[in-house]
Design a protein. Structure first.
Lengths: 575, 313
C-alpha cells in the first residue's frame, strides 16, 4: 500500500455503536443541544443534538450547507455569534465542564487550553498584520505564565512539530508570505501549542489543493497520535470522512440523522438521507466514452502562453509564467476538462480563451477564426460565441438586477428585442429546471444551486458555441453538484454546446469530461481521453493527484470498498 | 522602503510645480491689469509703468514664470501690498497659533473618537452604539460658531473657568496656553470627533466580521486585545486616511473658530488677504496649504506600509 491517511482503527470502534454517550471519560459530550435565533420569531437552528468524542478519537460531523454542523462546533467553543444565536437548552461538556454555563472569563481560559479550533480558510483565519510569532505568542501570554525565553522555545518546538521548514523564517513571516498549506500548519500549531485535549477542525482542508489536503490530514493524524488529542472534524466531504473518521455523525437541517462507526455508515447506512449523500459522491472511475457526434472543432489553442509582469522598458524582471505551450482542441458537443491545483494555470487558460486577459503568445481559434490578437472592437461579434459560468453563484449575479434582466442583458446588447429576449429567457429558465416566474425575482431569493442554474441560463442566452465553466460546481453541496452536472450533460445533448470545464476535483472531471488535460505549473503534463488519463495515467504528477483524492479506496454509491481491479493504480509518491 | 519614500517625494515635485503654475497664472490671468490691481484706483500711468516693470510684466510669460519660481526657491515670496511686510514673516507669525490649535484639536479628537468608534462597533446595535451615532450626528449638524459661543457662554462667562478668547504661545507658559486653547480646540474637535468616530465604527464593523477575529477569540484572548490589537490595526488604513486629510483641512479651514475665539492664525490671515486682494499673501498661502497637503499625503502613504505589511511598493 502507498501512504494513506487512514490510521489503525482504535478499539473504541468495536461494538460501541452510538452508545458511547455513556462513557464517563469522554472528552466532549454534547447533550440535547438546542440553538435558536434571537428575536421575536425564533428559528430553530440546532434541534436536540447529542454527540460524544472519546479520548484520542476522530469523530466526523458530516452534512451539507445549512445542516448546522458549523454552528454546533462554534457553540462548543462558546463562539456563537453574539446577539444572533443562543443556546436554549442542553449541555456541552468539555472534560466534564459545561461550556454553556461557563462565565465569559472562564470560557476564555478554557479556549486554547482545553479546546481549540481550526477553520476552513487559512487565508483569512490568520491576522494579516501580525507575524506568525506574534500570533503564537499571544496564546502563550494569555494562558500560561512563561518566561520570554520559554515562550520562544515553545513556539519553535510547536512549529517544527507541524513540519514547517525554516522555523526562524516562519516566525518572522506574515501570513501573506506563506502558502495555503503552510498557513493551515500555523493554525494547527497555534491551536495545539498548549496541548488542549479537544481539537475542533471546521472544514480545515476544504480550501486546499488535494495534495496539500492529504498532507494536512496526515499531519492531524500524526499529532493526534503524539499528543493523544481528540478531534471533532467537520466536513462535507465523504472522501475525507472515509479516510480519517473513527465514528460519524450525519446532520441535516439542524438534526442528527444517523450516527455510528465509520464502517457501518459507509457499508450499511440506515437512513435514506445518508444513502443519498453517499450516492451523490461522484465516482473516481471515468465515465464511459461517448460516441463523437460531430467532427467540427469549435475551439483550438496552440502554443498558448501567458506571462504576468513581463519586463518593461523601466523594470528589468522575469515575468511569472502562468501558462506555456498550451495546445487544446474542443469538438462540438464534447466536454474537455482542465484539471490541476491552484497555480497550475488552468484559470489563466480559461481567461485567455475568453479573452478576459490577453495571452502573450500563441493562437486561439474559435470556429476556425483567430481571436488571440483581435482588438476589443473586432472581438465583439465573437464574444457571444463563448460564454462563461463562474464558481460562486452568490457573487456572479448582480444582486440588484432581476433574474430576467440578468439573462436578457447580453442578447439585448447584441440587438435582440426585449420581448424576444424575455420569451427566450423564460424558455431557458424552464430548460435549467426553474419555474418561468423566476424571471421577475432577484438572485437572493434562490439557493446556491438554483443560482448556478440561473448563471447557466444567462450564459446560454447568448447561444454560445462554447461554454467555459470555471469551477462551476465547486461551491455547491454534493447533492446539488450532482444535479447541476446532470443539467450540464442534458443541455449539452440537447443544444450541442461544447464545454470547457475547469476543475480541481478529479471526481467531477471523471464524471463529466470526455477528454482531460492535466496542468501543472502552467504546462499541460498529460492530455487525452478521460478513461485513459484517469484510468491509466502515464505521468507521475497525474498519479500523485489521483493518489491524493480522498476516499479513493471507497466505492461510495455501492456502499463497498473499491474493487481492487477498478481502483486506480496505487503508487508511492516520490517525495 | 527608502526607495519608495524617495520615489514618492520625487513624485510630489510635479504636483507642487502645477500648483506653482496655477498660483502664478492666478495673478496674470485675472481680468484687468495686475499692475492696476496692485496700484489701486488712484495710480498715475507713470506709477503703473513702474509697477509693471518691477513685476517684470513686460517680459514674456515663460521668462516671468522662471524668474518668479527662482525667487520662490530662494525664499523670496514678496511683500504684502498692504503692510509692506515680507510675506514669509507674516505667515511665520500666524503659523504658530494655527498649528497649536490644529495639533491640540487632533489630540482631543483621537483620544475621544477612536475609543468611541471601537466601542460602538463592538456593541453594534446597542444603546451605546446609538448614543455614539447620535453624538456624531449632533457634532456634524451644529455649526462651529454655535458650539463655540455655547462653550464660551458656559465655561467662560457662567462658570468663569476659562478666558473668553485670545491666544498665548506655548513657549510663554503651558498653563495660560492650555487655558486659552482648550475651548477652541474642543469646539473644532466636535466635527472631527463626529467624523472619525463614525469612520472608526464603520471600519471596525467590517473588520470584526473577519475570520481572524473569530480566530483571536478562539485563542481565548480578552475582548480588549481582540478589539485593539487585532481589529483596530486592521481597520487603521481608512481611519488614518481620514485623520490625515482631516488635519490638512483643519489648517486651511480654521477661519470660523479663529474668528470666534479671536486667535491671530492663518485662517484670519487668509480672509484678510482675500478681502484686501493682497495677492502676494494669497499666493504664498495657497502654496503653503498645498505643500502641507502634499506632505501629509506622503506621510499617510508611508504609514500605510507600516500599518499593513502586505502593502509594499
Amino acid at each position: 500500500m502507498g501512504e494513506t491517511i487512514a490510521k489503525d482503527r482504535r478499539p473504541i470502534e468495536a461494538g460501541t455503536g452510538t452508545g458511547t454517550g455513556m462513557q464517563t471519560d469522554a472528552i466532549l459530550v454534547v447533550e440535547n443541544l438546542v440553538i435558536e435565533t434571537n428575536g421575536r420569531d425564533p428559528h430553530r437552528i440546532i434541534d436536540d443534538v447529542s454527540l460524544t468524542v472519546g479520548p484520542g478519537e476522530t469523530v466526523c460531523l458530516v452534512g451539507e450547507s445549512g445542516s448546522g454542523k458549523s454552528v454546533t462546533s462554534l457553540a462548543t467553543m462558546g463562539l456563537l455569534p453574539k446577539g444572533a444565536l443562543s443556546a436554549r437548552s442542553g449541555r456541552i461538556l468539555v472534560e466534564g465542564e459545561d461550556v454553556l454555563a461557563a462565565s465569559p472569563s472562564r470560557l476564555r481560559q478554557m479556549r486554547a487550553t482545553r479546546m481549540s479550533m481550526i477553520f476552513q480558510e487559512p487565508m483569512t483565519a490568520l491576522n494579516p498584520v501580525m507575524t506568525v510569532e506574534e500570533q503564537l505568542q499571544e496564546v502563550l501570554t494569555a494562558h500560561a505564565s512563561m518566561s520570554a525565553a520559554d515562550r520562544r522555545t515553545r513556539i519553535r518546538e510547536i512549529l517544527s512539530l507541524v513540519h514547517l521548514p525554516d522555523v526562524e523564517r516562519m516566525c518572522r513571516s506574515y501570513p501573506h508570505q506563506l502558502s495555503g498549506g503552510q498557513r493551515q500548519r500555523v493554525m494547527i500549531a497555534m491551536a495545539l501549542v498548549l496541548e488542549p485535549k479537544l481539537l475542533i477542525a471546521d472544514e480545515p482542508t476544504t480550501a486546499l489543493d488535494v495534495t496539500t489536503q492529504k498532507q494536512i490530514l496526515k499531519l492531524i493524524a500524526e499529532i493526534q497520535e503524539r499528543l493523544g488529542t481528540s478531534v471533532l472534524f467537520i466536513t462535507h466531504d465523504m472522501g475525507v470522512v472515509a479516510d480519517i473518521a473513527d465514528r460519524v455523525y450525519v446532520m441535516r437541517h439542524g438534526k442528527l440523522v444517523e450516527s455510528g462507526p465509520i464502517q457501518s455508515i459507509l457499508t450499511k447506512p440506515e437512513r435514506d438521507y445518508t444513502r443519498d449523500l453517499l450516492s451523490a459522491v461522484p465516482a473516481l472511475s471515468p465515465r464511459a466514452a461517448r460516441p463523437a457526434s460531430s467532427r467540427e472543432i469549435v475551439l483550438e489553442t496552440s502554443q498558448l502562453g501567458m506571462v504576468y509582469g513581463q519586463a518593461s522598458l523601466f523594470k528589468k524582471r522575469e515575468g511569472t509564467v502562468a501558462a506555456k505551450d498550451v495546445d487544446l482542441k474542443l469538438t462540438r458537443g464534447r466536454t474537455l476538462g482542465i484539471v490541476g491545483e491552484s497555480g497550475s494555470g488552468k484559470s489563466t487558460v480559461a481567461r485567455c480563451v475568453m479573452r478576459l486577459i490577453d495571452p502573450t503568445t500563441g493562437s486561439i481559434r474559435l470556429r476556425n477564426h483567430e481571436i488571440a490578437n483581435l482588438s476589443r472592437r473586432a472581438l465583439r461579434p465573437w464574444r457571444k460565441r463563448i460564454q462563461m459560468i463562474f464558481q460562486d453563484p452568490n457573487r456572479s449575479l448582480n444582486p440588484r438586477l432581476t433574474v430576467g434582466d440578468s439573462i436578457i442583458e447580453g442578447p439585448v446588447n447584441y440587438g435582440a428585442s426585449k420581448q424576444d429576449a424575455r420569451a427566450r429567457a423564460r424558455e431557458l429558465l424552464e430548460l435549467v429546471g426553474l419555474p418561468a416566474d423566476a424571471i421577475d425575482r432577484h438572485p437572493h431569493q434562490f439557493s446556491g444551486g438554483q443560482r448556478q442554474r440561473i448563471a447557466i441560463a444567462r450564459a446560454l442566452a447568448m447561444e454560445p458555441d462554447v461554454l467555459v465553466a470555471d469551477e462551476a460546481v465547486s461551491a455547491l453541496d454534493v447533492s446539488v453538484q450532482a444535479q447541476v452536472l446532470d443539467l450540464l450533460d442534458d443541455i449539452q445533448t440537447r443544444l450541442g454546446v461544447a464545454l470547457l470545464f475547469i476543475t480541481h476535483d478529479l471526481r467531477v472531471a471523471a464524471q463529466i469530461c470526455d477528454d482531460v488535460a492535466v496542468m501543472q505549473r502552467g504546462r499541460v503534463v498529460e492530455y487525452g481521453p478521460t478513461a485513459e488519463v484517469l484510468g491509466n495515467p502515464r505521468e507521475a504528477y497525474t498519479r500523485e493527484l489521483i493518489d491524493a483524492a480522498p476516499g479513493r479506496h471507497w466505492d461510495f454509491p455501492n456502499f463497498r470498498p473499491m474493487p481492487a481491479a477498478v481502483a486506480p493504480v496505487d503508487v508511492t509518491p516520490g517525495g | 522602503m527608502l526607495a519608495y519614500i524617495a520615489r514618492r517625494i520625487l513624485a510630489s515635485v510635479p504636483v507642487l510645480l502645477v500648483v506653482a503654475l496655477f498660483v502664478f497664472l492666478l495673478l496674470r490671468l485675472t481680468p484687468g491689469d495686475p499692475a492696476a490691481i496692485i496700484a489701486g484706483d488712484m495710480a498715475t500711468p507713470d506709477q503703473l509703468e513702474r509697477i509693471r516693470d518691477s513685476l517684470g510684466l513686460n517680459e514674456p510669460l515663460l521668462t516671468q514664470f522662471v524668474t518668479w519660481s527662482g525667487q520662490l526657491l530662494s525664499g523670496d515670496f514678496g511683500s504684502s501690498l498692504i503692510s509692506r511686510t515680507p510675506v514669509l514673516t507674516l505667515i511665520g507669525q500666524r503659523l504658530e497659533p494655527t498649528l497649536s490649535l490644529a495639533i491640540v484639536t487632533m489630540i482631543i479628537t483621537l483620544v475621544l473618537s477612536i475609543p468611541m468608534g471601537v466601542i460602538a462597533a463592538w456593541r453594534h446595535g446597542s444603546l451605546t452604539d446609538n448614543a455614539v451615532m447620535a453624538i456624531s450626528v449632533l457634532g456634524f449638524s451644529i455649526p462651529v460658531f454655535v458650539t463655540g459661543y455655547i462653550f464660551i457662554q458656559i465655561f467662560a462667562i457662567d462658570l468663569r473657568l476659562l478666558p473668553v478668547q485670545g491666544f498665548r504661545s506655548v513657549f510663554d507658559g503651558v498653563g495660560p496656553f492650555l487655558a486659552r486653547i482648550v475651548l477652541p480646540a474642543f469646539t473644532l474637535a466636535t466635527i472631527y470627533i463626529a467624523l472619525i468616530a463614525r469612520m472608526t465604527r464603520a471600519a471596525m464593523l467590517e473588520v470584526l466580521d473577519e475570520d481572524y477575529i473569530r480566530t483571536a477569540r478562539a485563542k481565548g484572548l480578552t475582548e480588549r486585545i481582540v478589539l485593539f490589537r487585532h481589529a483596530l490595526r486592521n481597520a487603521a488604513v481608512p481611519i488614518l486616511t481620514v485623520v490625515g486629510t482631516g488635519f490638512a483641512l483643519m489648517i486651511s479651514g480654521v477661519v470660523v473658530t479663529e474668528s470666534v475665539f479671536n486667535i491671530p492664525g492663518l485662517g484670519r490671515l487668509t480672509v484678510d488677504a482675500i478681502l484686501a486682494r493682497d495677492y502676494p499673501v494669497i499666493q504664498a498661502l495657497i502654496l503653503l496649504t498645498s505643500g502641507i497637503y502634499v506632505v501629509i499625503n506622503l506621510l499617510i502613504d508611508i504609514s500605510y506600509a507600516f500599518m499593513d505589511p502586505r502593502i509594499r511598493y
